[in-house]
Design a protein around this ligand. Structure first.
Ligand code: AGP
Length: 372
C-alpha cells in the first residue's frame, strides 16, 4: 500500500532514500568514543582472528559486489590475502580451506541457497564462517560461527540498494577490526577512516539531494539498448553493480568493465552516442589511477561514446571530457563506493520507470533465491 511505501511510488525509492539512516544505524554502537571498534558481537575470539591467514568471501549478486570491494579494504588494512568468489561456484571447485581460513558469507536475506551451500562446505573443511546479514535469525547467520548484522531494516524491493550500502559498511568494519586486533601498520590511516566512516551518512544524504539531473538524464536514454559502465580499483565493482541494477530493472544490455581492460577488447563496442558511465577515483592519493581513467574517458569519447562521468567535487580535470557530469562528495578512495553507487541506483530506477517496467518486482526475479 501507499502507506507502506512511506509516500514514495515504489519501495525501491523509499529504500534508496533510507540509505543515510541505514548506514548510520549499521555503525551505531560499533565505534567507541576513543575511535576504536567494539565488535564483541562477532563471536570469534581475537586470538582466533590473529591466527587467520586467509579471508574468503562468498556471496551472490549485489552482495558479491560488496565482497569485491571488501577485498580492497581487507588486503590494504590487514595485509591478509583475501579471495572473493561467487557462492554458486565455490564448492564445485574444491577450494583450499582449513582452520585458519576465515570465510565471510554476505547475504541480505540470509536465505540464499547458493551462499548457504558455500558456507556449509567451508565449515565442513574446518573454517570459521562469519555472516554479514540483514535478516535476524535467518538461516545463514544461524548456520555460521558468528554474525555481524547490517541494520538496513527490511528491504522489500527486489533490487538491493540500502542493504548493499550497509554490507559495505559491515565489510569496512570487519576489515578495520581485523586490522585493530592484529595491529596493522596503517594505525593512523585506520583511525582517520573510522572518523570518515562516522561522517559518511551525511555525505550519502548530500548525494541524494542532488539526484534530479541524474533522473532527467536517465529519461533521455529510455530508448537506448546498451549502457556500459567503467571503473578502476573499487570503482570497478561499483561499475558492475551499476550494470546489474540496469539489467534487472531496465532490462537493458548493461556491462561493467575494469577501465584498464578496455584496450584488451571491450573498446570495440564503442560506437556513436553509446552511453558509457565512468566512475572516477579521487584525484588525491592514488593519482596515477586517476590520470589513467581520465585517458580512458578521452579514448572512448574520441570514438563517439556519450560519457557520463561520476567524479568528486573539485575534480576539474574530467570536465572537458564529460558529456554529463555527476558530482559526488570527496571521500577516502576505499569509501568512495558508498557515495558513487547511489547515482547508479537512481539512474537504473528512473530508466526502468521511463521504460514502463515494474520497479519493485522485475520480471523473472525473486527477492530471495532459495534454490541452487
Ligand atoms: C540485487 O539487486 C539482486 N536482486 C540479487 O543480486 C541479490 O543481491 C542476490 O540474489 C543475493 O541476495 P542475498 O543478499 O539475499 O543473499
Amino acid at each position: 500500500s501507499a502507506a507502506e511505501k512511506g509516500g514514495y511510488d515504489y519501495f525501491m525509492l523509499k529504500e534508496i532514500a533510507e540509505q543515510p539512516k541505514a548506514v548510520a544505524d549499521t555503525l551505531l554502537g560499533r565505534i567507541d568514543p576513543s575511535g576504536s571498534l567494539t565488535l564483541d558481537e562477532v563471536r570469534i575470539s581475537p586470538s582466533e582472528l590473529r591466527e587467520v591467514d586467509k579471508v574468503v568471501i562468498v556471496a551472490c549478486g549485489t552482495a558479491f559486489h560488496a565482497g569485491l570491494i571488501a577485498k580492497y579494504a581487507i588486503e590494504h588494512w590487514t595485509r591478509i590475502p583475501c579471495e572473493v568468489e561467487l557462492a554458486s561456484e565455490f564448492r564445485y571447485r574444491d577450494p583450499i580451506l582449513d582452520g585458519r581460513s576465515l570465510v565471510i558469507a554476505i547475504s541480505q536475506s540470509g536465505e540464499t541457497m547458493d551462499t548457504l551451500m558455500a558456507l556449509r562446505h567451508a565449515r565442513e573443511q574446518g573454517s570459521k564462517v562469519l555472516a554479514i546479514c540483514n535478516t535476524n535469525g535467518s538461516t545463514i547467520p544461524r548456520e555460521s560461527d558468528a554474525v555481524l548484522y547490517t541494520h538496513a531494516g527490511p528491504e522489500v524491493a527486489v533490487a538491493s540498494t540500502k542493504a548493499f550500502l550497509t554490507q559495505l559498511v559491515a565489510c569496512y568494519l570487519v576489515a578495520l577490526y581485523l586490522g585493530q586486533v592484529r595491529g596493522t601498520k596503517w594505525g593512523d590511516e585506520v583511525h582517520a577512516v573510522i572518523k570518515d566512516l562516522s561522517r559518511i551518512s551525511d555525505e550519502v544524504e548530500r548525494v541524494l539531494e542532488t539526484m534530479e539531473p541524474v533522473r532527467a538524464l536517465a529519461r533521455t536514454l529510455a530508448a537506448k539498448n546498451t549502457v556500459l559502465f567503467l571503473g578502476r580499483h573499487v570503482g570497478y565493482p561499483v561499475a558492475l553493480e551499476g550494470a546489474l541494477k540496469l539489467k534487472e530493472l531496465a532490462y537493458m544490455h548493461a556491462e561493467g568493465f575494469a577501465a584498464g581492460e578496455l584496450k584488451h577488447g571491450p573498446i570495440a563496442l564503442i560506437e556513436e552516442d553509446l552511453p558509457v558511465v565512468v566512475v572516477v577515483p579521487s584525484p588525491r592519493g592514488r593519482s596515477l589511477l586517476h590520470d589513467k581513467i581520465v585517458s580512458n574517458i578521452q579514448e572512448i569519447r574520441a570514438r563517439g561514446a556519450r560519457t557520463i562521468v561520476i567524479a568528486e567535487e573539485g575534480d576539474e580535470t574530467v570536465v572537458p571530457y564529460a558529456d554529463h557530469l555527476i558530482r559526488i562528495p570527496a571521500t577516502p578512495t576505499l569509501l568512495q563506493p558508498l557515495v558513487a553507487t547511489v547515482p547508479l541506483q537512481v539512474f537504473a530506477c528512473e530508466l526502468a520507470t521511463a521504460r514502463g517496467n515494474e520497479v519493485d518486482q522485475p520480471r523473472n526475479l525473486a527477492k530471495s533465491v532459495t534454490v541452487e
